[in-house]
Design a protein around this ligand. Structure first.
Ligand code: C2E
Ligand code: MG
Ligand code: MG
Ligand code: MG
Length: 288
């Protein structure tokens, strides 16, 4: 009926809502098909380790898998446009299953090709992290691909953990006991109580990009970035700066002891073959 009406005609509010709901349903159906039908892709971005004294370049010490949707008409769609919908509709479960399986398949393929492949991080949404069956499935998946659990790092966001700190601490400890690496993503954005850091069984703290952007300018973000680095290091965590784009940011972070960095200064996220080429090449990434 809405279609039969001409352009420029008055639309009632509830019809607009109907249209929005219909659009959402379409997108949901499309995403469901995309997951089942092989339209998801993983891209890979290196996490580099800098030398405390040496040149500005860093060697690949890890990688993060980032999901994309290769849409038949819209091209490569970034996760910001479909992860929230997946979480709201329950599609996040099959999406996460696909991501984990593909990450393991790719890790095994790179290992078999003799590449110096680092541990691979995957992002987990709240429902996936909370899924009590995750531990078993991951353990089985890794075993099926001949991979040790420490080849996989699970990135969970700070805001996710703060909702139920007690349940979270237990959950993290259980995953840790199975040998997976654990990283706290987007750190600094989630109003965390710093005391939780002591209780959470994590290996890695990722400083959110929002603090990195102006970190080298002096001012508040510098102070916060310095404090997070010092705190993380004192707690024995690997501290990774996210979204490093400029040599100034990199130098500031390194000067304050943050030797693990990730960002466009070193490499963008790449399809599997591009990332494999970086691994094979072996040269340091970033400014020489
Ligand atoms: P994130 O886990 O914090 O990932 C970092 C994001 O920053 C990525 O965006 C990455 O491409 C981008 N980035 C890296 N270096 C730079 C830089 O130097 N400058 C700028 N401006 N950006 C940089 P992407 O790939 O669009 O992913 C966005 C978010 O989507 C991720 O944030 C993560 O929360 C979520 N996500 C990605 N893949 C998955 C997945 O497989 N499952 C789930 N549940 N979430 C995912
Ligand atoms: Mg992440
Ligand atoms: Mg992040
Ligand atoms: Mg982020």
């Amino acid at each position: 009926a809405a279609k039969a009406r001409g352009r420029g005609q008055l639309r009632f509010f509830d019809e607009t809502l109907d249209a929005q709901a219909a659009q959402r349903l379409r997108l949901e159906a499309e995403l469901r098909r995309a997951i089942a039908g092989g339209e998801l892709r993983l891209h890979y971005q290196p996490k580099v380790l800098l030398d405390a004294q040496g040149g500005a370049g860093g060697r690949i010490a890890g990688a993060e898998a980032l999901v994309r949707w290769q849409h038949p008409e819209r091209g490569l769609v970034p996760p910001g446009e479909f992860i929230a919908l997946a979480e709201e509709t329950g599609l996040i479960a099959p999406l996460t299953d696909w991501v984990l399986a593909e990450a393991c398949r790719q890790l095994q393929a790179w290992q078999q090709a003799g590449l110096p492949v680092p541990a691979l991080a995957v992002n987990l949404s709240a429902p996936s992290f909370a899924d009590p069956g995750l531990d078993e499935r991951l353990t089985a998946l890794l075993a099926a691909h001949g991979l040790a659990p420490d080849r996989l790092v699970l990135e969970v966001t700070e805001s996710l953990l703060m909702r139920e700190p007690d349940a979270t601490a237990a959950r993290l400890a259980a995953l840790r006991a199975r040998g997976f690496g654990l990283a706290l993503d987007d750190f600094g954005t989630g109003y965390s109580s710093l005391s939780y850091l002591k209780r959470f069984a994590i290996d890695e703290l990722k400083i959110d990009r929002s603090f990195i952007v102006d970190a080298a300018q002096g001012g508040r973000d510098s102070a916060l970035a310095k404090a997070i680095i010092a705190l993380g290091r004192d707690l024995g965590l690997r501290v990774v700066a996210e979204g490093v784009e400029t040599p100034e940011q990199a130098a500031f972070l390194r000067g304050h002891g943050c030797l693990y960095q990730q960002g466009w200064l070193y490499a963008r996220s790449l399809p599997a073959d591009g990332f494999a080429a970086l691994l094979a090449d072996g040269r340091p990434l970033g400014p020489a």
